[in-house]
Ligand binder design. Structure first.
Ligand code: SF4
Length: 179
């Protein structure tokens, strides 16, 4: 991917299903995990989707009103870590909490399995939804996740403690994505 570019599968400017509240949901193109039963197989091919200027995507995000947060999904956003970090930074600048969905686990990411640039995305996130989709663990009860192995990880606290701390959605939705 050329510098300053991003390849996306699509965008929903006001999504109510990709985390709490009304969220700007950006779906990245490209995923190496190929989970059996994946709901979005069209997002796997890293040459598919649409290439856009990263600055145009950020401008679109900045110009979208009535948002409670931003969600980076896919595909796997950590396949384009520089773009993911830039968009997350732009969201942070607006005070919007960022959720990111990835097929890697937290432990794999911090061990470097998704590459060094993926680790640098973490400080810009509020919640990381981690791990592959496992259809055998899809009981239809895991909120905001496809299967129950996937965790809603509270990233700032997990980085601070050096261990996974799960995010609790106490009393409905919390606007800052924290507690
Ligand atoms: S990580 Fe997500 S997009 Fe990628 S194959 Fe698994 S479920 Fe599909």
């Amino acid at each position: 991917m050329a510098a300053g570019k991003i390849r996306i599968a699509g965008v929903k400017r006001h999504s109510c299903v990709d985390g709490p509240g009304v969220r700007y949901a950006l779906f990245f193109q490209g995923c190496p995990h190929h989970c059996p039963g994946c709901q979005n197989p069209d997002t796997h091919d890293g040459r598919g989707g649409r290439e856009k200027d990263l600055s145009d995507v950020i401008r679109d995000l900045q110009g979208t009103r009535y948002l409670d947060g931003v969600t980076l999904s896919g595909g796997d956003p950590l396949m384009q870590p520089e773009a993911a970090a830039a968009i997350a930074e732009a969201a942070e600048a607006r005070g919007l909490p960022v959720w990111l969905y990835t097929g890697w686990t937290w432990e794999q990411i911090v061990a470097g399995a998704a590459g060094p640039a993926a680790i640098k995305v973490l400080p810009h996130l509020t919640v990381l939804v981690d791990g592959p989709y496992l259809s055998a663990l899809n009981h239809g009860t895991a909120q905001w996740r496809g299967s129950s192995n996937q965790r809603l990880i509270w990233v700032p606290e997990s980085l601070r403690r050096g261990q996974v701390v799960c995010w609790q959605n106490e009393g409905g939705f919390s606007k800052d994505g924290g507690q």
